[in-house]
Ligand binder design. Structure first.
Ligand SMILES: Nc1ncnc2c1ncn2[C@@H]1O[C@H](COP(=O)(O)OP(=O)(O)OP(=O)(O)O)[C@@H](O)[C@H]1O
Ligand SMILES: [Mg+2]
Length: 329
Protein backbone atom coordinates (compact mmCIF):
# COMPACT_ATOMS: atom_id res chain seq x y z
CA UNK A 1 0.00 0.00 0.00
CA UNK A 2 1.08 3.55 -0.66
CA UNK A 3 1.75 5.45 2.57
CA UNK A 4 0.01 8.70 1.71
CA UNK A 5 -3.30 7.18 0.67
CA UNK A 6 -6.18 7.50 3.11
CA UNK A 7 -8.53 5.34 1.06
CA UNK A 8 -7.59 2.76 -1.48
CA UNK A 9 -10.09 0.54 -3.25
CA UNK A 10 -9.31 -2.00 -5.89
CA UNK A 11 -11.93 -3.78 -7.98
CA UNK A 12 -14.80 -3.57 -5.50
CA UNK A 13 -17.87 -5.54 -6.57
CA UNK A 14 -21.21 -5.78 -4.78
CA UNK A 15 -24.40 -7.27 -6.19
CA UNK A 16 -27.89 -7.31 -4.74
CA UNK A 17 -29.61 -10.20 -6.48
CA UNK A 18 -29.32 -9.41 -10.16
CA UNK A 19 -28.30 -5.78 -9.63
CA UNK A 20 -24.56 -5.18 -9.76
CA UNK A 21 -24.68 -2.05 -7.64
CA UNK A 22 -20.89 -1.68 -7.59
CA UNK A 23 -19.12 -3.22 -10.53
CA UNK A 24 -15.35 -3.08 -10.12
CA UNK A 25 -14.78 0.29 -8.48
CA UNK A 26 -11.18 1.30 -7.88
CA UNK A 27 -10.15 4.60 -6.38
CA UNK A 28 -7.35 6.24 -4.43
CA UNK A 29 -7.88 9.13 -2.05
CA UNK A 30 -4.70 10.95 -1.00
CA UNK A 31 -4.45 11.88 2.66
CA UNK A 32 -5.88 15.31 3.42
CA UNK A 33 -7.81 15.56 0.17
CA UNK A 34 -11.45 16.40 -0.36
CA UNK A 35 -12.47 13.77 -2.86
CA UNK A 36 -15.75 13.78 -4.73
CA UNK A 37 -17.73 10.81 -6.00
CA UNK A 38 -20.16 12.14 -8.57
CA UNK A 39 -23.02 10.14 -10.03
CA UNK A 40 -26.78 10.11 -10.63
CA UNK A 41 -29.41 8.27 -8.57
CA UNK A 42 -28.67 4.57 -8.39
CA UNK A 43 -25.07 4.97 -9.60
CA UNK A 44 -23.70 2.98 -6.67
CA UNK A 45 -22.41 5.84 -4.49
CA UNK A 46 -24.02 4.77 -1.21
CA UNK A 47 -23.12 1.13 -1.80
CA UNK A 48 -19.48 2.10 -2.37
CA UNK A 49 -19.47 4.18 0.81
CA UNK A 50 -21.00 1.29 2.76
CA UNK A 51 -18.30 -1.06 1.43
CA UNK A 52 -15.54 1.39 2.43
CA UNK A 53 -17.00 1.94 5.90
CA UNK A 54 -17.39 -1.77 6.82
CA UNK A 55 -21.20 -1.69 6.69
CA UNK A 56 -21.23 -4.09 3.75
CA UNK A 57 -18.86 -6.83 2.67
CA UNK A 58 -17.78 -6.79 -0.97
CA UNK A 59 -18.35 -9.86 -3.18
CA UNK A 60 -14.82 -9.26 -4.39
CA UNK A 61 -12.15 -6.59 -4.37
CA UNK A 62 -10.12 -4.97 -1.63
CA UNK A 63 -10.55 -1.76 0.34
CA UNK A 64 -7.96 -0.21 2.65
CA UNK A 65 -8.44 2.74 5.02
CA UNK A 66 -5.13 4.19 6.20
CA UNK A 67 -3.66 0.96 4.87
CA UNK A 68 -5.91 -1.22 7.03
CA UNK A 69 -7.96 -3.88 5.26
CA UNK A 70 -11.67 -3.29 5.73
CA UNK A 71 -12.43 -7.00 5.44
CA UNK A 72 -9.84 -8.35 7.89
CA UNK A 73 -9.77 -5.58 10.53
CA UNK A 74 -13.11 -3.74 10.48
CA UNK A 75 -12.82 -2.65 14.14
CA UNK A 76 -9.60 -0.71 13.50
CA UNK A 77 -11.12 0.82 10.40
CA UNK A 78 -14.21 1.95 12.32
CA UNK A 79 -12.02 3.62 14.93
CA UNK A 80 -10.49 5.80 12.23
CA UNK A 81 -13.49 6.86 10.20
CA UNK A 82 -16.51 9.06 10.54
CA UNK A 83 -19.62 8.53 8.45
CA UNK A 84 -22.55 10.78 7.77
CA UNK A 85 -25.05 8.66 5.91
CA UNK A 86 -27.43 9.85 3.24
CA UNK A 87 -30.29 9.98 5.72
CA UNK A 88 -29.76 11.81 9.00
CA UNK A 89 -28.96 9.40 11.81
CA UNK A 90 -29.77 11.76 14.66
CA UNK A 91 -31.99 10.70 17.54
CA UNK A 92 -35.15 12.81 17.34
CA UNK A 93 -36.11 12.86 21.00
CA UNK A 94 -32.68 14.00 22.21
CA UNK A 95 -30.95 17.38 22.11
CA UNK A 96 -27.77 17.94 20.08
CA UNK A 97 -25.70 17.72 23.24
CA UNK A 98 -27.33 14.40 24.17
CA UNK A 99 -26.86 13.07 20.65
CA UNK A 100 -23.18 13.96 20.76
CA UNK A 101 -22.81 12.34 24.20
CA UNK A 102 -24.44 9.16 22.92
CA UNK A 103 -22.00 8.86 20.06
CA UNK A 104 -19.08 9.79 22.29
CA UNK A 105 -19.99 6.94 24.64
CA UNK A 106 -20.22 4.54 21.69
CA UNK A 107 -16.65 5.51 20.89
CA UNK A 108 -15.81 4.97 24.59
CA UNK A 109 -14.48 8.50 24.99
CA UNK A 110 -14.04 10.00 28.45
CA UNK A 111 -16.95 12.01 29.81
CA UNK A 112 -14.96 15.21 30.18
CA UNK A 113 -13.53 14.83 26.71
CA UNK A 114 -17.01 14.31 25.26
CA UNK A 115 -18.28 17.45 26.94
CA UNK A 116 -15.38 19.61 25.73
CA UNK A 117 -15.52 18.26 22.22
CA UNK A 118 -19.32 18.71 22.10
CA UNK A 119 -19.05 22.37 23.07
CA UNK A 120 -16.42 22.88 20.39
CA UNK A 121 -18.48 21.12 17.70
CA UNK A 122 -21.73 22.87 18.60
CA UNK A 123 -19.98 26.22 18.21
CA UNK A 124 -18.32 25.25 14.98
CA UNK A 125 -21.54 23.94 13.44
CA UNK A 126 -23.55 26.94 14.57
CA UNK A 127 -25.79 24.92 16.86
CA UNK A 128 -24.98 26.58 20.18
CA UNK A 129 -28.29 28.41 20.32
CA UNK A 130 -30.14 25.11 19.79
CA UNK A 131 -27.92 22.89 21.92
CA UNK A 132 -30.65 22.10 24.41
CA UNK A 133 -33.66 21.81 22.12
CA UNK A 134 -34.86 18.41 20.97
CA UNK A 135 -33.85 17.56 17.41
CA UNK A 136 -37.47 16.88 16.44
CA UNK A 137 -37.91 20.65 16.12
CA UNK A 138 -34.89 21.12 13.85
CA UNK A 139 -34.82 22.11 10.19
CA UNK A 140 -33.19 19.84 7.62
CA UNK A 141 -30.06 21.98 7.54
CA UNK A 142 -29.67 21.88 11.34
CA UNK A 143 -30.07 18.10 11.35
CA UNK A 144 -27.43 17.72 8.68
CA UNK A 145 -25.02 19.93 10.60
CA UNK A 146 -25.60 17.94 13.78
CA UNK A 147 -25.19 14.68 11.86
CA UNK A 148 -21.78 15.78 10.60
CA UNK A 149 -20.78 17.10 14.04
CA UNK A 150 -21.60 13.64 15.44
CA UNK A 151 -19.39 11.93 12.89
CA UNK A 152 -16.50 14.17 13.95
CA UNK A 153 -16.65 13.56 17.70
CA UNK A 154 -13.83 11.02 17.74
CA UNK A 155 -11.66 13.10 15.38
CA UNK A 156 -11.71 10.64 12.48
CA UNK A 157 -8.83 10.67 10.06
CA UNK A 158 -11.21 9.95 7.16
CA UNK A 159 -14.71 11.38 6.96
CA UNK A 160 -17.33 9.95 4.60
CA UNK A 161 -20.21 12.27 3.69
CA UNK A 162 -22.97 10.67 1.62
CA UNK A 163 -24.78 13.46 -0.23
CA UNK A 164 -24.23 16.09 2.47
CA UNK A 165 -26.32 18.78 0.79
CA UNK A 166 -29.20 16.88 -0.80
CA UNK A 167 -32.47 18.42 0.36
CA UNK A 168 -30.90 21.61 1.70
CA UNK A 169 -32.02 25.07 0.58
CA UNK A 170 -29.44 27.21 -1.27
CA UNK A 171 -28.33 29.09 1.84
CA UNK A 172 -27.86 25.98 3.99
CA UNK A 173 -26.11 24.37 1.08
CA UNK A 174 -23.61 27.21 0.87
CA UNK A 175 -23.05 27.04 4.64
CA UNK A 176 -22.43 23.29 4.34
CA UNK A 177 -19.93 23.87 1.53
CA UNK A 178 -18.03 26.30 3.73
CA UNK A 179 -17.97 23.75 6.55
CA UNK A 180 -16.64 21.04 4.27
CA UNK A 181 -14.00 23.42 2.94
CA UNK A 182 -12.92 24.14 6.51
CA UNK A 183 -12.64 20.43 7.24
CA UNK A 184 -10.47 20.07 4.16
CA UNK A 185 -8.32 23.02 5.27
CA UNK A 186 -7.85 21.33 8.66
CA UNK A 187 -6.36 18.31 6.92
CA UNK A 188 -9.28 15.90 7.42
CA UNK A 189 -9.57 13.54 4.48
CA UNK A 190 -13.11 13.82 3.15
CA UNK A 191 -14.79 11.51 0.68
CA UNK A 192 -18.12 13.00 -0.29
CA UNK A 193 -20.70 11.73 -2.72
CA UNK A 194 -22.89 14.06 -4.69
CA UNK A 195 -25.16 14.23 -7.68
CA UNK A 196 -24.46 17.93 -8.05
CA UNK A 197 -21.85 18.94 -10.57
CA UNK A 198 -21.34 22.39 -9.10
CA UNK A 199 -20.74 20.85 -5.68
CA UNK A 200 -18.06 18.46 -6.95
CA UNK A 201 -16.53 21.27 -8.98
CA UNK A 202 -16.32 23.61 -6.01
CA UNK A 203 -15.32 21.23 -3.21
CA UNK A 204 -13.40 18.32 -4.61
CA UNK A 205 -9.73 18.37 -5.51
CA UNK A 206 -10.27 15.13 -7.37
CA UNK A 207 -13.48 13.68 -8.73
CA UNK A 208 -14.42 10.14 -9.60
CA UNK A 209 -17.45 9.91 -11.86
CA UNK A 210 -19.55 6.79 -11.36
CA UNK A 211 -22.51 5.49 -13.34
CA UNK A 212 -24.24 2.08 -13.06
CA UNK A 213 -21.59 0.90 -10.60
CA UNK A 214 -18.68 1.68 -12.90
CA UNK A 215 -16.06 4.44 -12.65
CA UNK A 216 -16.27 6.26 -15.96
CA UNK A 217 -13.83 9.09 -15.29
CA UNK A 218 -11.34 10.16 -12.67
CA UNK A 219 -9.32 13.35 -12.31
CA UNK A 220 -9.41 16.97 -11.27
CA UNK A 221 -12.38 19.01 -12.48
CA UNK A 222 -10.08 20.69 -15.00
CA UNK A 223 -8.74 17.38 -16.27
CA UNK A 224 -12.27 16.09 -16.75
CA UNK A 225 -13.27 19.24 -18.61
CA UNK A 226 -10.17 18.94 -20.81
CA UNK A 227 -11.28 15.44 -21.83
CA UNK A 228 -14.14 17.02 -23.74
CA UNK A 229 -11.59 18.68 -25.99
CA UNK A 230 -11.74 22.40 -26.56
CA UNK A 231 -14.31 24.98 -25.57
CA UNK A 232 -18.08 24.94 -25.93
CA UNK A 233 -20.05 27.17 -28.22
CA UNK A 234 -23.39 28.08 -26.73
CA UNK A 235 -26.12 29.83 -28.74
CA UNK A 236 -29.55 31.00 -27.65
CA UNK A 237 -32.05 31.51 -30.46
CA UNK A 238 -35.26 33.52 -30.34
CA UNK A 239 -37.69 31.07 -31.93
CA UNK A 240 -38.00 27.33 -31.53
CA UNK A 241 -39.11 26.76 -35.13
CA UNK A 242 -35.64 27.86 -36.28
CA UNK A 243 -33.81 25.15 -34.36
CA UNK A 244 -33.14 22.81 -37.29
CA UNK A 245 -31.84 25.65 -39.44
CA UNK A 246 -29.66 26.81 -36.57
CA UNK A 247 -28.17 23.32 -36.14
CA UNK A 248 -27.39 23.16 -39.86
CA UNK A 249 -25.77 26.59 -39.79
CA UNK A 250 -23.59 25.81 -36.76
CA UNK A 251 -22.58 22.24 -37.60
CA UNK A 252 -19.66 23.17 -39.93
CA UNK A 253 -18.11 25.29 -37.14
CA UNK A 254 -18.31 22.52 -34.52
CA UNK A 255 -16.20 19.46 -33.81
CA UNK A 256 -19.04 17.36 -32.41
CA UNK A 257 -22.82 17.07 -32.55
CA UNK A 258 -24.87 20.15 -31.79
CA UNK A 259 -27.12 19.47 -28.80
CA UNK A 260 -30.27 21.36 -27.84
CA UNK A 261 -31.72 21.86 -24.37
CA UNK A 262 -35.18 20.69 -23.38
CA UNK A 263 -36.77 24.06 -24.16
CA UNK A 264 -35.40 23.98 -27.71
CA UNK A 265 -33.82 27.41 -27.63
CA UNK A 266 -30.28 26.79 -26.42
CA UNK A 267 -27.80 24.99 -28.62
CA UNK A 268 -24.32 23.93 -27.65
CA UNK A 269 -21.43 22.04 -29.16
CA UNK A 270 -17.71 21.50 -28.83
CA UNK A 271 -15.48 23.65 -30.99
CA UNK A 272 -11.87 23.13 -31.84
CA UNK A 273 -10.72 26.54 -30.74
CA UNK A 274 -12.48 29.54 -29.32
CA UNK A 275 -11.08 32.22 -31.54
CA UNK A 276 -13.13 33.72 -34.34
CA UNK A 277 -15.96 31.22 -33.90
CA UNK A 278 -18.37 33.77 -32.41
CA UNK A 279 -18.41 36.14 -35.42
CA UNK A 280 -18.56 33.17 -37.79
CA UNK A 281 -21.48 31.70 -35.89
CA UNK A 282 -23.35 35.01 -35.88
CA UNK A 283 -22.80 35.38 -39.62
CA UNK A 284 -23.85 31.79 -40.39
CA UNK A 285 -27.00 32.11 -38.31
CA UNK A 286 -27.82 35.48 -39.87
CA UNK A 287 -27.36 34.02 -43.38
CA UNK A 288 -29.73 31.21 -42.40
CA UNK A 289 -32.35 33.70 -41.22
CA UNK A 290 -32.17 32.65 -37.55
CA UNK A 291 -32.78 35.34 -34.90
CA UNK A 292 -30.14 35.06 -32.21
CA UNK A 293 -30.37 36.28 -28.62
CA UNK A 294 -26.94 35.25 -27.37
CA UNK A 295 -23.74 33.62 -28.58
CA UNK A 296 -20.90 32.71 -26.25
CA UNK A 297 -17.86 30.52 -26.03
CA UNK A 298 -17.19 28.98 -22.61
CA UNK A 299 -15.14 26.32 -20.89
CA UNK A 300 -17.00 23.00 -20.66
CA UNK A 301 -18.89 22.36 -17.44
CA UNK A 302 -18.96 19.02 -15.63
CA UNK A 303 -22.45 18.60 -17.03
CA UNK A 304 -20.98 18.65 -20.54
CA UNK A 305 -18.47 16.04 -19.38
CA UNK A 306 -21.16 13.83 -17.94
CA UNK A 307 -23.31 14.10 -21.04
CA UNK A 308 -20.43 13.20 -23.28
CA UNK A 309 -19.37 10.22 -21.15
CA UNK A 310 -22.77 8.70 -20.51
CA UNK A 311 -25.20 10.05 -23.10
CA UNK A 312 -27.38 11.33 -20.29
CA UNK A 313 -27.06 14.26 -17.95
CA UNK A 314 -26.13 13.85 -14.31
CA UNK A 315 -29.69 14.31 -13.15
CA UNK A 316 -30.41 10.93 -14.72
CA UNK A 317 -32.75 12.09 -17.48
CA UNK A 318 -32.06 10.10 -20.63
CA UNK A 319 -30.69 12.21 -23.43
CA UNK A 320 -32.90 12.59 -26.47
CA UNK A 321 -31.37 12.75 -29.88
CA UNK A 322 -29.86 16.25 -29.96
CA UNK A 323 -31.33 16.90 -26.51
CA UNK A 324 -29.04 17.86 -23.70
CA UNK A 325 -30.09 17.68 -20.08
CA UNK A 326 -30.07 20.53 -17.61
CA UNK A 327 -27.45 21.10 -14.99
CA UNK A 328 -28.25 19.06 -11.93
CA UNK A 329 -28.38 21.72 -9.29
N1 LIG B 1 -29.92 -3.18 0.02
C1 LIG B 1 -30.18 -3.23 -1.29
N2 LIG B 1 -30.93 -4.20 -1.83
C2 LIG B 1 -31.18 -4.25 -3.15
N3 LIG B 1 -30.71 -3.37 -4.05
C3 LIG B 1 -29.97 -2.37 -3.58
C4 LIG B 1 -29.66 -2.23 -2.19
N4 LIG B 1 -28.90 -1.12 -2.03
C5 LIG B 1 -28.73 -0.60 -3.25
N5 LIG B 1 -29.37 -1.34 -4.19
C6 LIG B 1 -29.37 -1.08 -5.65
O1 LIG B 1 -28.04 -0.84 -6.06
C7 LIG B 1 -27.97 0.23 -6.98
C8 LIG B 1 -27.06 1.32 -6.45
O2 LIG B 1 -27.68 1.91 -5.32
P1 LIG B 1 -26.98 3.01 -4.42
O3 LIG B 1 -27.87 3.29 -3.28
O4 LIG B 1 -25.58 2.62 -4.13
O5 LIG B 1 -26.97 4.26 -5.43
P2 LIG B 1 -26.66 5.79 -5.14
O6 LIG B 1 -25.65 6.19 -6.17
O7 LIG B 1 -26.30 5.99 -3.72
O8 LIG B 1 -28.04 6.50 -5.48
P3 LIG B 1 -28.76 7.79 -4.82
O9 LIG B 1 -28.14 8.99 -5.48
O10 LIG B 1 -30.18 7.64 -5.20
O11 LIG B 1 -28.54 7.74 -3.35
C9 LIG B 1 -29.40 0.67 -7.23
O12 LIG B 1 -29.86 0.03 -8.38
C10 LIG B 1 -30.13 0.19 -6.00
O13 LIG B 1 -31.47 -0.09 -6.28
MG1 LIG C 1 -27.10 7.09 -2.22
Amino acid sequence: MVADLAVQADGLVKSFGRVRAVDGVSLEVPRGAVYGMLGPNGAGKTTTVRLLTTLLRPDSGVALIDGIDVATDPASVRARIGLTGQYAAVEERLTPRENLALIGRLYQLEKRHISERSTELLARFDLEHAADRVVKEFSGGMRRRLDIAMSLIARPSVLFLDEPTTGLDPRSRLAMWELIEELGDDGTTVLLTTQYLDEADRLAERIVVIDTGVVIANGTADELKDQIGGDRLSVTIARRENVTRAIEALAPLCSGDVSVDAVGLRLSASIRSGDRVVPKAIRALDDAGVDVLDVEVRRPTLDDVFLQLTGHSADGEPDEEHGSGGVAS
